[in-house]
Design a protein around this ligand. Structure first.
Ligand code: FES
Ligand code: FES
Length: 162
């Protein structure tokens, strides 16, 4: 079916099966491969995006359902330019706190951090972040630096009004 999706502020016309998952359309039809697929059980959070600003696992939603919504992927945060200054504060915090190793889970973790800020404001505690990370899996880091990164990223968002 023909569908129109608004991704990172741009409108895209896509011809995809009615049952296509949002994550597959993002990756396969639009080339937005920063949104990862880490499981087939909706448990890993590697596919996290924002739908009208709200965190969502893109493997749990049909692309057709996303019509009319504004979708933000990891490619749509921060600014263009490839410099450190261009990074979104949550991305910068992951870099500075060494919140990643292989990086596979990282886009989903960054989007999860942004969702935590939406839900709880910028004064996140490590305990709250740990609780909220229940839906995100990382096979490398042991989570400690991810928690530090999200707490720091929240503070960075507050400081920069991101
Ligand atoms: Fe969506 Fe794992 S790919 S939760
Ligand atoms: Fe490798 Fe998280 S950094 S899965």
């Amino acid at each position: 079916m023909q569908m129109t999706l608004t991704i990172n502020g741009q409108s895209h016309s896509v011809d995809a099966p009615a049952a296509a998952l949002l994550v597959d359309v993002l990756r396969d039809d639009l080339g937005l491969t920063g949104t990862h697929i880490g499981c087939d059980t909706s448990q890993c959070g590697a596919c996290n995006v924002l739908v009208d600003g709200v965190g969502m696992k893109a493997c749990t939603m049909l692309a057709a359902q996303a019509q009319g919504a504004s979708i933000t992927t990891i490619e749509g945060i921060g600014k263009s330019g490839g410099t450190l200054e261009a990074l979104h504060p949550m991305q910068l915090a992951f870099r500075e706190a060494h919140g990643l190793q292989c990086g596979f889970c990282t886009p989903g973790m960054v989007m999860a951090g942004m969702e935590m800020v939406r839900k709880h404001g910028t004064r996140l505690t490590p305990e709250l972040v740990t609780h909220e990370l229940e839906g995100n899996l990382c096979r490398c880091t042991g989570y400690i630096n991810i928690v530090k990164a999200i707490v720091a990223g929240a503070a960075g968002m507050e400081a920069s009004h991101a």
